[in-house]
Design a protein around this ligand. Structure first.
Ligand code: FES
Ligand code: FES
Length: 149
């Protein structure tokens, strides 16, 4: 059994404590916005927030988030209003296939919470997510636009 707050709701799941958080989110809870890319903490497709920090959920056991506050891409919008990163993503037409983008948006949201006006060097250091469609330039432009919003 594991208990945590997920997108503002108290949540309990009956799973082996070593189960990766990604699979708990996708299979036990049914939130499939968080994606499986590599499974070894390299690509960032599975990024969620744990107590506000970006975490690659494929590589975290559910027991490690006991009692913590989790946010997934499904929990970013508040009362149907997208956050400024999501809005910038739409305005800059960032996604191509979209597969990496939920993780990208979660990582960028965490970066802007930490550093509201990131430099290109800050972006390079913090956003190491992999996009096979090569949206990196659009991602950078949209981050700067979100920082100005
Ligand atoms: S699936 Fe988790 S980092 Fe790639
Ligand atoms: S938009 Fe296709 S992998 Fe990033």
């Amino acid at each position: 059994m594991a208990s945590f707050t997920l997108n503002g709701k108290p949540t309990q799941v009956d799973v082996d404590p070593g189960t990766p958080l990604l699979w708990v989110l996708r299979e036990q809870v049914g939130l499939t916005g968080t994606k499986y890319g590599c499974g070894v903490a390299q690509c960032g497709a599975c990024t969620v927030h744990v107590d506000g920090k970006p975490v690659r959920s494929c590589s975290v056991a559910v027991s490690d988030v006991e009692g913590k506050k989790l946010t997934t891409i499904e929990g970013l919008a508040k009362n149907g209003v997208l956050n400024k990163v999501q809005k910038a993503w739409l305005e800059h037409d960032v996604p191509q296939c979209g597969f990496c983008q939920a993780g990208m948006i979660m990582a960028v949201t965490a970066l802007l919470n930490e550093k509201p006006k990131p430099t290109d060097a800050d972006i390079d250091a913090a956003i190491t997510n992999i996009c096979r469609c090569g949206t990196f330039q659009q991602v950078r432009e949209a981050i700067h636009a979100a920082a100005r919003a």
